[in-house]
Design a protein around this ligand. Sequence first.
Ligand code: ADP
Ligand code: TRP
Length: 322
Amino acid sequence: MRVLSGIQPTGRPHWGNYFGAITQYIALQDAEQAFYFIANLHALTTVRDKELLAQYTLDSAIDLLALGLDPDQAVLFVQSDVPEVSELCWLLLTGTPMGLLERCHAYKDKKAKGLSSGAGLFTYPVLQAADILAYDSDTVPVGEDQVQHIEVCRDIAGSFNHQFGEVFVLPKSKVLDSSARVPGTDGEKMSKSYDNTLAVFEESKAQKKQIMRIATDSRPMDQPKDPDEDILYQLYSLVASEAEREEMATMYRQGGFGYGDVKKSLAAAAEAFFAEARAQRDDWASRPEDVREILNTGAAFARKKAGEVLRRAQEACGLKGY
Ligand code: ADP
Ligand code: TRP
């Protein structure tokens, strides 16, 4: 079974990205043949600064390695280093109905807000389909927001197969655990668009400051509280041990505690939880040449597979054998 997923290099990972996606992708690397790539071609639809895109791309690789992606277990590469994918994208585009893409939410939402959109955003799901099909991927772990794109991929692949024969493997999405919906510092879903994030690789003092600023309710201290309804407790649960979590929950139910102390415990637990990854990140960041080598090796491996699939598709639709 081949697992594949892409991560857009659009900024520093936050707790939502980590608990909602990255840690779950990485957990799959032991059991399956895993391909993970940095979707810089997709990011180009939003990041329009040359230095920034290049920096974010390398940074994303460093982040993933620091968080436990093992290059001996999983294939890690940069999307644009496999040009076969862009070529396959064109083949798929020729058979993609406009209506299918008009229904896709990224484009639809932008249009509904009256914003203009580039053809890149419109055809974004087709490039994503090429990413998936190029490696005969059968399982694609993604967050809820990406499920529509996997369905589009299945539609496009299905109609290509129907027209030209069994060329593509139809993938299935593996929806990541939605209980991992991480709240941001304002209680909304944590997202870089809401400016409410806690970054995974934040410097400890800065993170503590952000945590101390989280708004809390003004109920009297002695009143018992339901831990599951409180952002601080929800965040604490992600980074604390089972025993610490139980202890905190009991304290909430009894009442008679101050949010200041909870924040301090949260900051300490976060620091301990991410300490190893932060140290690993410093280490990888100090040797970018090693990171580039991992990416190059990954791309060479991925290209071999994508080349085979592209050839199969080209032969099936009459681009070869003239
Ligand atoms: P953002 O909302 O900050 O722009 P992205 O859309 O780039 O985040 O997120 C990439 C992936 O990280 C998503 O597909 C989703 O699986 C996961 N993710 C992002 N934010 C959260 C969150 N608050 N809780 C759980 N998972 C999240
Ligand atoms: N669109 C995905 C996101 O924004 C990233 C992505 C690109 C992807 N190509 C993919 C995910 C292929 C899974 C499979 O998160």
